[in-house]
Design a binder for this molecule. Structure first.
Ligand code: KG4
Length: 340
C-alpha cells in the first residue's frame, strides 16, 4: 500500500500544501500573500489572517491535484517552526484538527530541515538528482544564513551561521533603502544582471570561523549611497544597475568564502544550496563555477523549491515517518530555532 503524506507550510507569508506518494510529488500548491507589498515587509498579524483564509482552499486544491481524498492520507507533516508564531499556529492547528478527524498521525518538521532536504523531492518524469551523504548545504533565506553539514536525512549540524542579519534581510533592507521595492532579492538580482559587479567596493566582514555577518556590508552601502547622493541627487537613478551588481557580488563573495572554507575543513565535496536566496542567479552561477573549479558535485534546487513550499515539508516529514516518528497532539509551534 502506498504512503500519502500531506505537507503543510505556514511559517511566514506563503500558505502551502503538498502531497507526496511514496516520496514522489503529486501536488504542491502555494498561495503567496500580496498584502505585505505596501508595507515593505511581512506584517505578522496580516500574515496570520491571510493563512486563516487560505489554508482550507490550499489544502483542498493540493488533494484535488493529487487526485486523492482526505481519507487516502497516511500522515500529515507540518512546519512547527522557526517562523512567525501566529502564522505557524494556523498550520499547526489545522494539521492537528485534520489528523484527529482522519485518525492519522501528525509529524512536526523543522522548516530549515525542509530547505536542507529540498533536493530529495522526487518528481515523476524528472532526473531527480540528489546529493549523497555527507553533504554541505548553504542555507540562505530571509531569516537564516547557515552552512549545515548533513550526515543523513535526520541528522544535521550547523557549522556556521550569521551573527546578525540574514543575507536575505540584507537584500531586502538595502533594496528598501535604495527605494527599489520589496522583496529586494529578486529586484536586486534583476538589476544586477545589467550592471558592472566590479565598479564599487563594499566592506566585507572579518569574522572568525564559519560564521557570517551581513550588518556591516549593509551599513557600508547606506553610507556610500548617502555620500554619493549629496554630490549628485540623481546618482542612484543613474547607477542603480552597477550598485546592485557590486552589492550582490559582495554578498556572494562573503557567502562563498565561508562555504569554500567549510568544504576544505570537512573534505566534503557534495554541495547544495537552499532557501529563498538560493533563487539568486548570481549565486547559482557562482556555485556552479566554483564547483567546476574545485571538483564539487553541486545541486541547485528548482526555482519553485527555493522559496517556502510544502513539498519540502512533506518530504522531510516522510523521512521522519519512515523513521517511525509521530508527534503528540499537545505539540506547540516555536518561533526560534533555539527552541526546537
Ligand atoms: O526562504 P524564503 O522564501 O523565506 C524565509 O525567509 O523563510 O526567503 C525569502 C528571502 C527574501 O529575503 C527574498 O528577498 C530572498 O529570499 N530572495 C532572493 C531572490 N529571491 C528571493 N534573494 C536574492 N535573489 C533572488 N532572486
Amino acid at each position: 500500500m502506498s504512503d500519502y503524506i500531506l505537507g503543510i507550510e505556514s511559517s511566514c507569508d506563503d500558505t502551502s500544501a503538498a502531497v507526496i506518494k511514496d516520496g514522489f510529488l503529486m501536488s504542491n500548491v502555494i498561495a503567496s500573500q500580496q498584502v505585505h507589498k505596501d508595507y515593505g515587509g511581512v506584517v505578522p498579524e496580516l500574515a496570520s489572517r491571510a493563512h486563516e483564509q487560505n489554508i482550507v482552499p490550499v489544502v483542498s486544491q493540493a488533494l484535488a491535484k493529487a487526485g486523492i481524498k482526505p481519507t487516502d492520507l497516511t500522515a500529515i507533516a507540518f512546519t512547527r517552526g522557526p517562523g512567525l508564531l501566529g502564522s505557524l499556529l494556523v498550520g499547526t492547528s489545522f494539521a492537528k484538527a485534520l489528523g484527529v478527524a482522519l485518525n492519522i498521525p501528525i509529524i512536526m518538521v523543522n522548516h530549515l530541515q525542509g530547505h536542507i532536504l529540498a533536493d530529495f523531492i522526487k518528481q515523476p518524469d524528472k532526473e531527480n538528482r540528489h546529493p549523497s551523504f555527507p553533504y554541505l548545504c548553504l542555507l540562505v533565506s530571509g531569516g537564516n544564513s547557515q552552512i549545515v553539514r548533513v550526515d543523513n536525512p535526520l541528522d544535521y549540524e550547523i557549522l556556521g551561521q550569521t551573527i546578525d542579519d540574514a543575507v536575505g534581510e540584507a537584500f531586502d533592507k538595502c533594496s528598501k533603502m535604495m527605494g527599489l521595492g520589496y522583496p529586494g532579492g529578486p529586484i536586486i538580482d534583476k538589476l544586477a544582471k545589467l550592471g558592472n559587479p566590479d565598479r564599487f567596493q563594499f566592506a566585507k566582514p572579518q569574522i572568525p570561523g564559519l560564521d557570517y555577518s551581513f550588518s556591516g556590508v549593509k551599513t557600508s552601502l547606506l553610507y556610500f549611497v548617502r555620500d554619493q547622493l549629496k554630490e549628485d541627487p540623481d546618482f542612484m537613478e543613474k547607477n542603480k544597475e552597477d550598485i546592485c551588481a557590486s552589492f550582490q557580488k559582495t554578498l556572494i563573495d562573503i557567502l562563498l568564502s565561508k562555504l569554500i572554507k567549510a568544504a576544505k575543513q570537512t573534505g566534503i565535496r557534495e554541495i547544495t544550496i537552499g532557501g529563498g536566496v538560493s533563487a539568486n542567479s548570481g549565486l547559482r552561477n557562482r556555485i556552479e563555477e566554483e564547483g567546476r573549479n574545485r571538483g564539487w558535485n553541486t545541486y541547485l534546487p528548482e526555482f519553485k523549491f527555493t522559496t517556502d513550499n510544502a513539498a519540502m515539508i512533506a518530504i522531510a516529514g516522510y523521512f521522519h515517518y519512515l523513521h517511525g516518528e509521530r508527534t503528540p497532539l499537545d505539540v506547540a509551534p516555536v518561533s526560534r530555532i533555539a527552541d526546537f
